[in-house]
Design a binder for this molecule. Structure first.
Ligand code: NAI
Length: 744
């Protein structure tokens, strides 16, 4: 018998039916791509539970989703943004906790049948059920990613997860906001069973009946391990010896079994965390605190702490910035990169990659392994061919090692890539991505060669890091099909793809490349053509400023520390070593030719280059790479102005000088129309260059300083250091208009 609760269905997307003694509650919020959790959803769910409780024919409940690819994807985030005070947020957290406590204490067994994303509030919901079954689909992922939005799981997650899977495993998931696949969830004890999609519902109904009949006893891995440790400790010395022999058990669980061990565990976690967040991201620290209080003082105190800290985080600036980035990337996923939303991408069934070097190998990997299309690589020689295939293999091997792929899956992905030294296999490619040496003449030559062997409608994309796409297109017979696809190194790790259109690029070409990038797992921004596009352009003055500071006598380690303290993942000098000092050196004249003295690189690096220092790649740069610890190579000071005699600089000032150069240049890019919006500028700087996410990107940062204050700071440095700090004309306009960048 199906009970139709029209009002609830209309409002919250629930349906309720009873099948053979089991109430099935299904959530499918109409008009929404994913199910999300809000106080209203919680209330509606509880009403349905009330029906299940009151109906004597109902012996158990199955809770599931009607969506194709999501269970419940988390809390409604735009709702969180409307919250004004910490007290209000704390109250909402308490309500959520109470709701899930009631579910936890529900007198009949509740089974969560999970397919698709089960994240944040969705997982907290499932955690309050008695039994969890997940499908083995790649779409199914479970986790508490709240800390990535500057929040913490505020509906009991910080208490229920450690109780279920152990402190160590819970810290691992919550502090980093990690998600796990069903197989790992099963190993952790986060779900009790993993089943194929078609039988999820029938197994869930069966388990619900078994639970209500007392025929199913649930043994969870963490509980079993705790029991084993307790049994061993009762055996005195013999037990201790056995425990020492059984190291896995000892390290994983024994620490949790006594107060001293737990203290050690939390101290260690805090230390590691601070090293990573450097005090800039309060959410993981607060999550750790809520878990600790729960473990040490009991669930009631833990929940109170969780709600209080959740409240503090919701209204924090860091969380606001992280949520804005989340919205920006979500919005980008829905766009096709053109001003006409009706333009559809064309299907890309096969990709050709030119150049099997560092970038070509990476592009081949993301195309085959993530997008899942056949790839043909062409290099000029066998060495290049071998390099590309080896690079792909080593990334796949690493994934097999980390168990994110089986060796069989890895082999299938590798088999999608073939390579050679001629253009065979290019006849039927839909897209060619070029990553040969950075040389306009060579690039024109390969454009002509590919156009001679590919179909008329084949797209030609260049991975150039600096050459204008307009110039490249001049060497093409079909310029409307020429575009830039600027990947970042290492391609398999870096999240950004910067797509560059020139004036004649056809919209279908842009839409197609945006779609390709997305399928390759990238966050894609589309920018207009110009020297250095957006990312390379704003990086140039930032690196230049670091070089000026070195020339003035700054200490290398101090300078790097200054920018790391500001929030960048590494300092500029480490970055130079990583990307290659020679590579950065070549950018200088290109920028100078295009933008004049303002973006001219100082001569600081001349002698460093002459000394054959390329950075990490030849183990000779600003740092040493041979010893155990990476240290500044003191001999490099002999090649810098000022020699070994370094001066003391204020770290805040060093950081501000470099960072403001980047911010000011980003504003120029917006004013000149290179950037289409401040949002794209924020996303590009964060995902491509590591601009501190907690500051929200250059434009959010400018807005939080206020444009007027930023202008004053730039003028101050302009007085001191001259032309290169000239405020961007667009900044002056925004200040005069009394606006901010995001409210233009
Ligand atoms: P690389 O030197 O590692 O690889 C270039 C490859 O192109 C070599 O294997 C070479 O044999 C091959 N090649 C040269 N002429 C060829 C031809 N006529 N046909 C086929 N293959 C040919 O260089 P990398 O670093 O991979 O850079 C490639 C392109 O990507 C350049 O345009 C570079 O500016 C750009 N880029 C590089 C980034 C980096 O971090 N290395 C980042 C973003 C873009």
């Amino acid at each position: 018998m199906a009970i139709k609760l029209e009002e609830l269905e209309a409002q919250q997307g629930f349906t309720y039916s009873v099948e053979d003694g089991v109430a099935v509650i299904t959530i499918d919020q109409q008009g929404e791509a994913v199910n999300t959790l809000s106080p209203e959803t919680g209330t509606a769910f509880e009403k349905l539970l009330g029906h299940a409780e009151a109906d004597p024919n109902v012996k158990a409940v199955v809770f599931t989703s009607g969506k194709k690819d999501t269970f419940v994807a988390g809390a409604k985030i735009d709702f969180l943004q409307t919250i004004k005070t910490a007290a209000e947020a704390t109250e909402i957290s308490r309500k959520g906790q109470e709701g899930f406590d009631r579910l936890d204490a529900f007198p009949k067994p509740v089974v969560a049948a999970i397919h698709g994303a089960c994240l944040g509030g969705g997982l907290e919901w499932a955690l309050a059920c008695d039994y969890r079954i997940a499908t083995d689909s790649p779409k199914t992922q479970l986790g508490l990613p709240e800390t990535q939005l500057g929040l913490l799981p505020g509906a009991g997650g910080t208490q229920r997860l450690p109780a279920l899977i152990g402190i160590q495993a819970a810290l691992d998931l919550i502090l980093a906001g990690k998600t796990v696949k069903p197989s790992k969830a099963k190993r952790l004890g986060l779900v009790d069973e993993v089943v194929p999609v078609p039988i999820l519902r029938s197994i869930a109904l069966q388990r619900a009946r078994e639970l209500s009949a007392g025929a199913l006893k649930v043994e969870r891995p963490h509980g079993q391990r705790l029991k084993a440790v307790a049994a061993q400790s009762k055996k005195g010395l013999a037990g201790m010896l056995q425990r020492l022999a059984d190291k896995a058990l000892w390290s994983e669980v024994a620490l949790e079994a006594n107060p001293l061990g737990r203290k050690l565990l939390f101290d260690q976690a805090r230390k590691l965390l601070l090293k990573k967040t450097r005090g800039k991201y309060p959410a993981p620290e607060k999550a750790l605190e809520a878990i600790r209080v729960g473990v040490e003082s009991g669930r009631k105190a833990g929940l109170e702490t969780e709600a209080r800290l959740f409240g503090e985080l919701v209204v924090s600036d860091v969380s606001k910035r992280l949520v804005e980035i989340f919205f920006a990337t979500t919005a980008l996923k829905k766009e096709n990169g053109t001003s006409d939303p009706s333009v559809m991408p064309r299907e890309v069934k096969k990709i050709g990659v030119l150049g099997g070097g560092l970038m070509g190998g990476g592009i081949a990997y993301v195309s085959a392994a993530l997008q899942g299309v056949p790839v043909r690589v062409k290099d000029k020689d066998d060495a290049g061919v071998g390099r590309a295939l080896k690079q792909v293999q080593s990334v796949l091997d690493e994934r097999v090692k980390r168990r994110s792929l089986t060796w069989r899956e890895a082999a299938a992905k590798q088999a999608l890539i073939t390579a050679g030294t001629d253009y065979s296999g290019f006849k039927n490619v839909d897209l060619v991505i070029e990553a040969v040496f950075e040389d306009l003449k060579l690039k024109h030559r390969v454009i002509a060669e590919t156009e001679a062997v590919t179909r008329e409608d084949c797209i030609f994309a260049s991975n150039t890091s600096s050459l204008p796409i307009t110039e490249l297109a001049k060497g093409s017979k079909r310029p409307e099909q020429v575009i830039g696809m600027h990947y970042f190194s290492p391609v398999h790790k870096m999240p950004l793809l910067e797509i560059i259109t020139h004036k004649g690029t056809a919209d279908w070409v842009t839409a197609t490349c945006v779609e390709v990038g997305r399928k390759q797992g990238k966050t894609v921004i589309v920018v207009n053509d110009g020297v250095g596009f957006y990312t390379s352009r704003i990086l140039a003055p930032y690196m230049n400023e670091a070089a000026y500071l070195l020339a003035e006598g700054a200490d290398i380690a101090e300078l790097d520390k200054a920018l790391v303290e500001f929030g960048f993942p590494v300092g500029p000098i480490t970055l130079l070593d990583e990307v290659g000092i020679d590579v950065a050196y070549k950018v200088g004249p290109i920028m100078e030719a295009a933008f004049g003295k303002r973006l001219a690189a100082p001569k600081t690096l001349d002698k460093v280059i002459q000394d054959g220092r390329l950075g990490r790649k030849n183990q000779k740069g600003f740092y040493t790479y041979t010893g155990k610890k990476k240290e500044v190579d003191a001999s490099v000071y002999g090649l810098l102005p000022g020699g070994a005699d370094r001066k003391k600089f204020d770290r805040t000032e060093m950081a501000e000088r470099c960072a403001l150069q980047m911010v000011n240049e980003a504003i120029r890019c917006l004013g000149e129309g290179i950037l289409r919006s401040p949002r794209d500028g924020d996303v590009g700087a964060i995902f491509g260059l590591g601009f501190p996410p907690f500051l929200g990107g250059p434009f959010r940062y400018a807005d939080s300083l206020t444009p007027a204050v930023l202008l004053k700071r730039l003028e101050h440095y302009q007085d001191k250091y001259g032309e290169r700090f000239t405020p961007a004309p667009h900044l002056v306009d925004v200040v005069n208009a009394g606006k901010t960048f995001h409210s233009r």
